[in-house]
Design a protein around this ligand. Structure first.
Ligand code: HPA
Length: 268
């Protein structure tokens, strides 16, 4: 079946069941899913029940949409490293578009490349570098969503960045800002790769987000990105990296992260 047809089926499934029409999408990254549990009067749609959605496999992800009157939240996302096609990784973004979403807040766990960063910092994404070696828009263009050659010079919306910075200030948080560099994973980077990323202008490195942000921009959804710096990237500290550390750090920051996200969601 054509992608558009599959998207419409998925959107109809939710439209037929929901009493809400949220205008803001939220993607919760590894270890950051608890925000979705904290929402009141929410509806839940398991990915496995929504037609044509892939099933999330990574530990620390629940795999469902949480819908309220103002947001549709993804508890768990689809990663390229899981083996999905980028059309599947980004399927939920276009689904959200069909549901009427206008703004997207993407979050992720990321390694700190900038030597001024510490584990536990939150970084507002100002721009990205796509080092995945591919692009989710490769293939036939879906003109109903957007143009063949979409502009990415405002990939991360300036007004939303300002809202996020102000929300952080109000909470007494010093939010970092920086460029997110996307690798495919699933192996963590080598120290040499991290030095390369730093030379290229990356401040944080991760394995998600960029395909979703490209697709959001293509279809005119404005984007805010927030990275939770869960660890210093390879070679920045001498410690070996592992996923358990990533999840541990997200657990340490989850309260300030949830508060920040709540206040941003109210403002956007
Ligand atoms: N590299 C890539 N992805 C990550 C990292 C990292 O160091 N930490 C959390 N996600």
């Amino acid at each position: 079946m054509e992608l558009m047809e599959r998207l419409k089926q998925a959107a109809d499934y939710i439209k037929e069941r929901t009493k809400y029409s949220p205008k803001t999408g939220v993607i919760l990254g590894s270890g950051l899913g608890e925000f979705g549990d904290s929402l009141e009067n929410a509806e839940y749609y398991d990915y496995k029940d929504v037609p044509n959605l892939p099933v999330s496999t990574v530990v620390g992800h629940k795999g469902r949409f949480v819908v309220t009157d103002n947001i549709i939240c993804m508890q768990g996302r689809f990663h390229f490293y899981e083996g999905y096609k980028l059309n599947d990784v980004t399927f939920p973004i276009r689904l959200m578009k069909l549901l009427g979403v206008e703004k997207l807040i993407v979050t992720n766990a990321a390694g700190g490349v900038n030597t001024n960063f510490s584990a536990g910092d939150l970084m507002v994404i100002t721009d990205h570098i796509n080092m995945m070696g591919t692009n989710p828009l490769i293939g036939e263009n879906l003109d109903d969503f957007g143009t063949r050659f979409p502009d990415m010079s405002n990939g991360y919306d300036k007004d939303m960045i300002e809202i996020a910075m102000k929300a952080g200030e109000k909470q007494g948080l010093t939010l970092k800002q920086g460029v997110y560099c996307a690798m495919t994973g699933p192996s963590f980077e080598t120290p040499a790769e991290i030095r390369m990323v730093r030379v290229l202008g990356g401040d944080a490195v991760g394995m998600s987000t960029v395909p979703e942000v490209i697709i959001a921009n293509h279809c005119g959804i404005r984007v805010l990105g927030i990275s939770c710096i869960t660890n210093l990237a390879a070679g920045v500290s001498q410690q070996p990296l592992n996923h358990a550390e990533v999840i541990e750090t997200t657990q340490l920051v989850k309260e300030k992260f949830i508060d920040l996200l709540k206040s941003i969601v109210q403002e956007v």
